[in-house]
Structure formats: C-alpha cells, structure tokens
Design a protein around this ligand. Structure first.
Ligand code: IPM
Ligand code: MN
Length: 357
C-alpha cells in the first residue's frame, strides 16, 4: 500500500467546512480505489490560535510540515485580525519557504453551469484554461516599508522583486504545461509598457525560454488588455502565465467567468519536489457565510483531486474529478452557482457518485 502523509490545515471561516468536505471525499475515493492510504494529520493553526497565543503557528511549524508529503489548506482570515497579519503568518510564508514557485489555477466551464452564473461568451466548453501564477516573488516579495509614519509626508514603498532565475524556472514550467496540452498555446501576461524593469526582464526571459519549446505557440499580452480578452475571446486562451499579483487578480476573474469563485482550485507546487506542495481552494475564509453550511465545497474537492494527481494517484484523481463534474451536471449546486444545495449535501452527492463508480 502506497502511503501519503497529508498535513491538513483547515484554518479559518469556511476553510474549516470545505476542508472537512474534501477529506470526506478523499476517504470515499481511497475506499473505492484501494492500493493507497492517506494519513491525515490535522493542525489547528489559524486565527483562533492567534487570539489565544499571539501567534498563528508554533515555532517549529515549517519543520513539522516538512515531514509530510503534501499539505491541504482551507483558508485564512478573520474579521478581528488585520489581513496583512494573518496572511503573512500563515499562507504566504508556506509558499515562499517551500519554494512553491508555481500556483496552478485551472478554470473550466462545466456542464450544469449556465449563464448568467457563468460568462455567456464561453459557450460549449470554450473556456478551458490553466492559469499559472508565479508564487514566490514579484509583488508578493514582502519588500518595502514605511517611514515618517503619520506625518503628512509619510512614504511607503511596496517593492516588487523579480529574479532571472525565478522568472526562468516559472516560465519553463509554463512552456512545459502548454506543450502537454492538445492546443499547445501559451499566453504570457505582463505590464512591460509601464513596468520597465522586472516585466521587461519577463519579456526577455520568455523570448529566450521559448526557443526550447518550438512546438508551443505563444504570445504576449498586457494585463489590462488581458481582462478584455478573457471576457470577449475566451476560446483564444489555453495556458496563461502571469506574475504573482497579476495572476492573483486574473484568477479571480477566471473563476467568476467559469461560474463562481466557489469552484476554483489551486495547487502551490514545488516542481523540484524537494518540499511538500500545497493544495487549497482559491477562495478565502468568507466569514459572511461561515458556519451556515452554505459554502461551495467544489473548489476544495477539485484541489483534493489535484493533490492526488501530484501524489501519483491518477486513477483516484480522475474518479474524484469525474464525480465532482457529474454532481454539477446533475444540478447539485450551492447558492453561489444558483442552486439550493447545502455544503454537506453536495459533499454527500459526490461521495455517493464515487461509491457507485
Ligand atoms: C489567493 C489569496 C491570497 C493571495 C491571500 C489570501 C494572501 O487571495 O490565494 O489568491 O493573495 O495570494
Ligand atoms: Mn486571490
């Protein structure tokens, strides 16, 4: 039996509900497929712990995580804690410490999700994208500071950091991803007309790297024009590569165009496999609906499927993904998708579909 050690961090808000859903579905698929065992260890790191102890995590938390094969994460954020504290104590350090330099965010229009819930310009499965987000540097490098605080001439800097190595390793992954897709298209997003250092370097590195992937048809686009193209011509896009902040924004747009932020998964990958990768829904803690059984579990379930794939459990990953797709096609949907089902009902429907496969 192949064993995979999974660190589970439900975190805050609906992160707790959707993580429970994902684990339930993972257990169902494990019972069905056999041959592998997921060993879950849950960590109560999050805003509740912070309010008790002044810290989101114990001191040795990153070492603790290092001992696992993979990390499953829910969400972080709390109305009583400033976001820049919660995020920089939990999710962002993991991405950087474990050098999870690619954040994979697919969007697909599924059967059962129709306009006006999703974008009407993407008829008949025309929206089928993999957005790749550079995940360790750029606008999220954490560099900058404030001086003369409170003074009318106060200065604050927020410095984006781009390295040739960081850009190149990320863009290689992007070209390789495009190469494996039927259409082999890659769109590299920048803002190199206004951002003349880091993003001009992106353009240069893209040009160089592209020479190693002659079968990939690639183009470049500025991020503002990209928002228009995503809405107006979704079928012209396939694999998309963008900086940390640009892809943060564009991936929310992509999720909304495909139906809801409630279905969007993400994989924070260390492609070198030296460190554990991290799987989480794109959405946040959503305290407005927390504890009400209203959260859409699909994003977490899809993320769980991607986790299985990364662990080499392809059969189980496909089964989970297909069950999730089938439940949507059957109209089993939460309120964000225009449905009336509760979190636990969608979860049970997916588990039942797996049992029947
Ligand atoms: C995301 C989220 C995070 C980000 C927050 C929670 C730090 O919005 O994963 O897209 O900005 O990366
Ligand atoms: Mn985001």
């Amino acid at each position: 039996v192949r064993t995979h050690k999974v660190a589970v961090i439900p975190g805050d808000g609906i992160g707790i509900e959707v993580t429970a859903a994902a684990i339930e579905v993972l257990k169902a698929v494990q019972d069905k497929v056999k041959g592998f065992e997921l060993v879950f260890t849950e960590y109560n790191w999050g805003s509740a712990l912070y309010k008790q102890t002044g810290s989101y995590t114990p001191k040795d938390w990153l070492d603790t995580l290092k001992g696992h094969d993979t990390i499953f994460f829910g969400a972080v954020g709390d109305p009583d804690v400033p976001d820049h504290i919660s995020l920089w104590q939990l999710i962002l350090p993991m991405r950087q410490h474990f050098q999870q330099y690619v954040n994979v965010r697919p969007s697909v229009v599924f059967k059962g999700i129709d306009p006006p819930t999703r974008c009407a310009t993407a008829e008949g499965g025309e929206l089928d994208w993999i957005m790749l987000r550079e995940n360790t540097e750029g606008e999220y490098a954490g560099q900058g500071g404030r001086s003369h605080v409170g003074h009318e001439h106060e200065i604050a800097t927020e410095v984006a950091v781009f390295t040739r190595i960081g850009i190149e390793r990320f863009l290689r992954f992007a070209f390789e991803t495009a190469q494996k897709r039927p259409r082999k298209l890659l769109t590299v997003v920048t803002k190199s007309n206004a951002q003349r250092y880091g993003l001009v370097l992106w353009d240069e590195v893209a040009q160089l790297v592209s020479k190693d992937y002659p079968d990939v048809k690639w183009d470049r686009i500025l991020v503002d024009a990209m928002t228009v193209r995503m809405v107006a011509k979704p079928q012209t896009l396939d694999v998309i590569a963008a900086t940390n902040l640009h892809a943060d924004i564009l991936s929310d747009l992509a999720a909304a165009l495909s139906g809801s932020i409630g279905i969007a998964p993400s994989s924070n990958l260390d492609p070198t496999r030296k460190s554990p990768s991290l799987f989480e829904p794109v959405h946040g803690a959503a305290f407005d609906i927390m504890g009400k059984n209203l959260a859409n579990p699909v994003a977490a379930v899809w993320s769980a499927s991607e986790m299985l794939r990364w662990l080499g459990e392809e059969t189980a990953a496909d089964m989970l993904f297909n069950a999730m797709k089938a439940s949507l096609a059957q109209g089993i949907k939460t309120a964000d998708l225009g449905g009336t089902h509760k979190t636990t009902e969608v979860t049970k429907a997916i588990c039942d579909l797996i049992k029947g496969m």
